[in-house]
Write a protein that binds this ligand. Structure first.
Ligand code: GLN
Length: 185
């Protein structure tokens, strides 16, 4: 099983380390041929506008949109924004991969100084995670809520797709990545 981590921008190294700690073989991905090689993909946190621009210049959008139709994919923070079918506060001309039937709102908590750590419930168990210029999930369509904070959805799953507004890889939480890896057959 080979897990790709989209390595255009953002904290892809932290995801790589966490996935390796959980026993996965990991390939940093920057080209569409590499997307064909992997069995699953993580889209990390970072800055979705920059990630989107780079994905466009590298010509990755067609391969990414194809991949999310069937391969397990986890998007965290900017990665969740990239996977959202609807995004509030998108930059002009910003493109997304889509696939998750949710509406997210970029930078919904405010700027960097409104970043925080919190304990969230992931599939019924509590874990410390970081919210960094995090998006908020405003509406959930077909997706299932798998983590919440004060009653608000902060992670969802829809078939092969997982999305979280937070960064578990910064605080070392393993629950979300374990659920994701367990979904790869
Ligand atoms: N707010 C950022 C964006 O729009 C995401 C922040 C993050 O990934 N930590 O991409």
């Amino acid at each position: 099983m080979l897990v790709g981590v989209l390595a255009l921008q953002g904290d892809w190294r932290e995801h790589k380390l966490l996935l390796e700690k959980l026993g996965a073989e990991v390939l940093p991905v920057r080209r569409s041929q590499e997307l064909d090689q992997v069995d699953a993909l993580v889209i990390p946190g970072g800055e979705s506008t920059t990630m989107s621009n780079l994905a466009k210049s590298f010509g990755l959008f067609p391969a990414l949109r194809e991949l999310v139709k069937h391969k397990p994919t986890l998007g965290t923070c900017a990665g969740l924004i990239m996977l959202s079918d609807k995004v509030q506060g998108a930059a002009e001309g910003q493109e997304f991969v889509g696939g998750l039937d949710i509406e997210s709102s970029r930078n919904a908590y405010g700027g960097q100084s409104y970043s925080f750590e919190a304990d969230v419930e992931i599939s019924g168990e509590s874990e410390r995670v970081a919210f960094i210029r995090a998006p908020r999930i405003l509406a959930v369509g077909k997706a299932e809520v798998i983590a919440s904070l004060n009653g608000e959805p902060v992670a969802v799953r829809q078939g092969n797709l997982f999305g979280a507004t937070f960064h578990p890889e910064i605080t070392g939480g393993t629950k979300l990545h374990s659920l994701f890896l367990a979904s790869i057959s």
